[in-house]
Design a protein around this ligand. Structure first.
Ligand code: BGC
Length: 247
């Protein structure tokens, strides 16, 4: 079975049809630049361009970088245009796509779902937490493979700050931190999350997971196993399609 997956990120809107049995894209993905400001209307135009590129007419799953309830309702928009809050995103995208069935899910939840089936979390039981370290910090919490959606652990307070402001990949770039210095912050953040949930496994995702050897070796004192995500760029697309199928 195939469903179309789309990942709405800060720089690009990427999508492709996904083979749900293999967790793979069936064609090379297509990307358009995310418009700025990334308002609901302008993003919906970008989504339509990507879907039209494939002439797709079936169900569509999309990621969104904020809290999404019921596959539709946007509750928060930490790093995107605030006009998203309280948008009925399913209605917005479905209208723009000529009535195609649409499901919208949190971006980290989508990445987590894909990693649990086809990547670093495959066959892992117990408590598993995927963290995406990117512009913000996204989280996906699994208990025996079942997702607890919208955990938003990136907004835990860390030394008086929103954790993602200090430990995201963007924070490393903006503050021009060395890998070691940044790893120290990530370590403190992981220790905090570990204190709350005692996971068996942390999966570290986001673009920076490709460079995990630069920072994971500097992280010490965490009891859980820590591994990089495996699906990298396509986790969001695959996971969005999987969530759409689950609906
Ligand atoms: C948002 C999350 C999102 C994460 C990664 C955070 O700022 O609140 O919903 O998953 O960024 O994009």
């Amino acid at each position: 079975m195939q469903i179309f997956g789309l990942d709405i990120g800060g720089s690009g809107i990427k999508g492709a049809p996904v083979d749900l049995d293999k967790g793979e894209l069936t064609q090379e993905r297509h990307k358009v630049l995310t418009p700025h400001p990334a308002t609901p209307d302008s993003v919906a135009d970008g989504v339509k361009q990507v879907v039209d590129h494939f002439g797709w007419t079936g169900p569509v799953g999309l990621t969104f970088p904020g809290v999404v309830t019921g596959g539709s309702h946007i509750r928060t928009a930490a790093n995107v245009d605030k006009s998203w809050i309280d948008t009925d995103a399913r209605a917005l995208f479905s209208d723009r796509l000529g009535g195609l069935p649409v499901t919208v899910v949190n971006d980290a939840d989508a990445a987590g779902v894909a990693e649990m089936s086809f990547g670093a979390g495959k066959d892992r039981k117990g408590t598993v937490i995927l963290l995406t370290l990117g512009t913000g910090i996204g989280s996906a919490l699994f208990v025996d493979g079942v997702l607890v959606p919208n955990t938003e652990l990136g907004h835990l307070e860390l030394h008086g700050h929103d954790a993602e402001k200090k430990a995201s990949s963007k924070a490393r770039e903006v503050e021009e931190l060395t890998w070691e210095h940044w790893a120290h912050r990530v370590q403190k953040y992981l220790a905090h999350v570990e204190m709350l949930f005692s996971p068996e496994l942390f999966i570290v995702g986001g673009g920076v997971s490709r460079k995990s050897q630069k920072f994971l070796p500097h992280i010490e004192g965490i009891k859980a196993e820590i591994v990089p995500a495996q699906l990298q760029n396509n986790a969001g697309i695959v996971g969005a399609a999987m969530r759409a199928a689950q609906e």
